[in-house]
Design a protein around this ligand. Structure first.
Ligand code: IMP
Length: 200
């Protein structure tokens, strides 16, 4: 079975990728079987640059096909923040509670369109030689609520409301999130590429 390594240690991201691609006969794993994988510094200023950094540095180090995915939340009224710094918005990488508290504080007093936001997911696929063979992306628009709701998803999901559903991604099922989300949309573009590449 062909193997594809997600260049991440975020179990929630791997879970979403498995939900989205798990029906394909591809051995999809994250970096947990590779404790010595290099740490990739996310020095890029765009999602694509960081996705490419992850894919091109990890693939030759592991000798495997690697999917580098970089994602985040952009709030136009905050000049696009937290953007590529979404995971470390409040300072500590991956501290979702602190990131959400900072986002609420930055948007205090803002209403209407000033609370509009979109998620971005950009994924770069590199072959074991470290050459990027595909880049895909997806976006999803929502509104930042005034309080966290629900426990599903991860990151900013309890604050990210989908107006048509009157609910946050924290409240909606994984199935609904995947149908609407930035990652779901990026992976929908990736799927035919993987099928052709791996003949599955
Ligand atoms: P990355 O691991 O460098 O791509 O950072 C992604 C960060 O963006 C996460 O830590 C979250 O803060 C945020 N993020 C990306 N995708 C999602 C999502 O689907 N839900 C909630 N937060 C997300």
């Amino acid at each position: 079975m062909p193997k594809l390594v997600l260049g991440s240690r975020n179990k929630k991201k791997l879970g979403e990728l498995l939900d989205l691609l798990g029906d394909l006969p591809i051995d999809l794993t994250d970096l947990s079987p590779y404790p010595h994988a290099p740490e990739v510094d996310e020095t890029g200023t765009t999602f694509e640059a960081n996705a490419r950094l992850k894919a091109t540095q990890l693939a030759p180090a592991l000798g495997e096909w690697v999917l580098g995915e970089d994602s985040g939340l952009c709030v136009p009224a905050l000049g696009g923040a937290p953007g590529v710094y979404s995971a470390r918005y409040a300072g500590t990488h991956g501290d979702d509670a602190a990131n959400n508290a900072k986002l609420l504080a930055e948007l205090a007093g803002k209403t209407g369109d000033d609370r509009a936001a979109y998620y971005v997911s950009t994924a770069a696929l590199a072959n074991p030689q470290g050459e990027v063979v595909a880049v895909v992306d997806g976006r999803c628009w929502g509104v930042i609520g005034t309080q966290a709701k629900g426990t599903g998803g991860f990151g900013y999901d309890p604050l990210f409301y989908i107006q048509e559903y009157h609910a946050s991604f924290g409240e909606l099922s994984g199935r609904v999130k995947h149908a609407l989300s930035h990652r779901g949309r990026a992976v929908a573009k990736l799927r035919p590429i993987l099928r052709k590449l791996f003949g599955v």
